[in-house]
Design a protein around this ligand. Structure first.
Ligand SMILES: NC(=O)C1=CN([C@@H]2O[C@H](COP(=O)(O)OP(=O)(O)OC[C@H]3O[C@@H](n4cnc5c(N)ncnc54)[C@H](OP(=O)(O)O)[C@@H]3O)[C@@H](O)[C@H]2O)C=CC1
Ligand SMILES: CC(=O)C(=O)O
Ligand SMILES: [Mg+2]
Length: 576
């Protein structure tokens, strides 16, 4: 295949005519013979509601099942956006959107693609956090696979119950660290569902290829254990061998059922399992930890872009993190790796420019013995420092990054200390949802007297300070994983390599223009995300080919065009 033959994406047949490449070809909506179109209307993948044409109503036994009017998809979209905007409560918007996804999948994605900046905070952070907290109460229809301890020994059978065979991406959680909201057990399902809807809307991965999974090993959340509407196992978390065995059975069953090339994205596991799972399965499976690797890639992209504003190179910066878990140490490691690529210095040298604070204070060498393994590389020589503000004064960072999961930690004193040290302090408050952000956009701009370059994990509105409007950027792995996953799929990559993460960062940073910098942005707007994702996918795929990790051969000539042609288009198809 060359760059001009776009009929089959990533080696998996486009069964439902989901790719942009198949947009003009009529498809057969329903393969079983039916006497009534009623079931067609109840199938969210094929339902068009009032947009079924006269011809389709005749051909598919829909006459009388619909009122006479025929609407365009655009008019349906207009109506739904109007209706959504009537809801004042974000959770109501979330529920309305989930209902739409269950009713008419293409219309759901059309809304999401065309209104991404408005709807991202609904299907994703912050609202998805509240949805997970209340998942039991708002539960209507299951949207993914639930694999609990009850299914031990039968996981392969459970996977076979899923109706799709051509799965390309699985997002899996065990619900133990849902955003910065802690252990939400089985109710963490909202996260894989939300992440995969972004795989489709932002990255163009077909909905039929996406599988959300929650592994339920219990919860230690007392409130949920006592909640009569809780949907999960009512027991405390399994740990140790019992946990490892269930996870191992799951990983083996996935490979057996879907083959080598299904991408397994670990999401919102607690760090005591996350690092181990990634290390254990990265040489045998196509695995990616979004919280460690995706977050690292998006933050590095923001830093590379911000150098235009800060001046100097990455190696000229000094970094201080609040939070030394998955996100914090994952980002730190990728920064150190990129510095090595740029300077040729050993990674150990570069790590010395990066400092982390955890719940016990600055990570220093005298604490080394008692530190978790992922913190040890960051234990530099220094006297102990307990408070963040004192660490800022002692370390003198140019960049301050919040990955603590705890809100309000970047106090006025902390931001003022950063502003006293730097002409343009770079401050990232990455913790989600909004309630857990280390500071707000307003606080960062006000306390730094309009000098901070600010980005946050959850979105904040633009803020006017001293006559100037500042637009805060959203440093969220949602910029990375959809395009990254698409790149993996279109190249048929068999493993994830750190250089593919660096390629994704570079691709994202390249999308930031002068116009964005003028507004104070170090990320391009999400409204351009499909184009951004195609560029990320192309760079990631190119790196996979270069590293010999790609199995989709020969390499398409124009990877950006190829990525675009493989992307899901939510436009209705014409039914023959
Ligand atoms: N914007 C984005 O794209 C992403 C954002 N995140 C967000 O980052 C946050 C952290 O996630 P993750 O790294 O996975 O979580 P972890 O639990 O792995 O790490 C949290 C870290 O924060 C430290 N910490 C907790 N409380 C405090 C405190 N009061 N002061 C100082 N340090 C503290 C913990 O310390 P100790 O080790 O001592 O317990 C730990 O080192 C979450 O809110 C998550 O939503 C995560 C991924 C992506
Ligand atoms: C964004 C994300 O992955 C998190 O907050 O966990
Ligand atoms: Mg996450």
């Amino acid at each position: 295949m060359d760059g001009g033959d776009y009929s089959v994406a990533g080696g998996v047949e486009d069964v439902y005519g989901e790719d942009a490449a198949s947009i003009d070809q009529p498809v057969t909506p329903w393969t079983v013979s039916v006497a009534s179109g009623y079931s067609l209307m109840r199938d969210p993948r094929h339902n068009k509601g009032l947009a079924f044409t006269e011809k389709e109503r005749d051909a598919h036994y829909l006459r009388g099942l619909l009122p006479p009017v025929v609407l365009t998809q655009e008019l349906q979209e207009k109506k739904l956006m109007h209706n959504l905007r009537q809801y004042q409560v974000p959770l109501q918007r979330y529920m309305a959107l989930m209902d739409l996804q269950e009713r008419n999948e293409r219309l759901f994605y059309k809304l999401l693609v065309d209104n991404v900046e408005e709807l991202l905070p609904v299907v994703y952070t912050p609202t998805v956090g509240e949805a997970c907290q209340k998942y039991g109460s708002i539960f209507r229809r299951p949207q993914g696979l639930y694999i609990s301890l009850k299914e031990k020994g039968k996981i392969l059978e459970v996977l076979k119950n899923w109706p799709e065979r051509s799965v390309q991406v699985i997002v899996v959680t065990d619900g133990e660290r849902i955003l910065g909201l802690g252990d939400l057990g089985c109710q963490g399902m909202g996260i894989p569902v939300g992440k995969l809807s972004l795989y489709t809307a932002l990255g163009g991965v077909r909905p039929s290829a996406c599988l959300p999974i929650t592994i339920d090993v219990g919860t230690n959340n007392e409130k949920l254990l006592n909640d009569e509407f809780y949907i999960g196992l009512r027991q405390r978390r399994a740990t140790g061998q019992e946990y490892a065995e269930l996870l191992h059975e799951f990983m083996s069953a996935v490979k057996q059922n879907y083959g080598e090339k299904v991408l397994i994205q670990f999401e919102d596991f607690a760090n005591h399992n996350a690092f181990e799972l990634l290390a254990r399965y990265s040489s045998s499976h196509l695995v990616f930890n979004d919280d460690i690797q995706g977050t690292a890639s998006v933050v590095l992209a923001g830093l590379l872009a911000a150098l235009r504003l800060l001046g100097g190179t990455l190696a000229d910066q000094r970094f201080l993190f609040l939070g030394a878990g998955e996100a914090g140490t994952g980002i730190a490691e990728l920064i150190a790796l990129e510095m090595s690529k740029q300077t040729g210095n050993p990674i150990e040298e570069n790590r010395k420019k990066i400092w982390l604070v955890d719940s016990r204070g600055l990570i220093v060498d005298s604490r080394k013995e008692s530190l978790q393994h992922f913190k040890k590389p960051w234990a530099h020589e220094h006297e102990p420092v307990k408070e963040l503000v004192d660490a800022v004064k002692a370390i003198k960072p140019t960049v301050l990054i919040g990955t603590s999961g705890v809100g309000k930690q970047f106090t006025k004193e902390v931001v003022e200390a950063m502003a006293a040290l730097n002409e343009k302090p770079l401050i990232m408050a990455l913790s989600n949802p909004t309630s857990q952000a280390e500071c707000t956009a307003e606080e960062a701009y006000t306390w730094s007297e309009g000098r901070a370059i600010f980005a946050s994990g959850s979105p904040f509105d633009p803020f006017e300070y001293d006559g100037k409007v500042f637009v805060p950027g959203q440093a969220n792995n949602a910029y990375i994983f959809p395009g990254f996953g698409l790149g993996v799929i279109i190249s048929g990559a068999i493993r994830v390599h750190d250089d593919m993460l660096l390629a994704a960062s570079e691709a994202l940073a390249l999308q930031v223009t002068e116009e964005h910098y003028e507004k104070g942005l170090i990320y391009p707007p999400f409204s351009d995300i499909r184009k951004i994702s195609a560029n990320i996918a192309a760079k990631v795929a190119a790196k996979a080919y270069e590293l010999g990790l790609a199995s989709h051969l020969p390499q398409p000539k124009d990877l950006v065009k190829y990525a675009e042609s493989c992307m899901y288009s939510p436009k209705y198809r014409t039914y023959r």
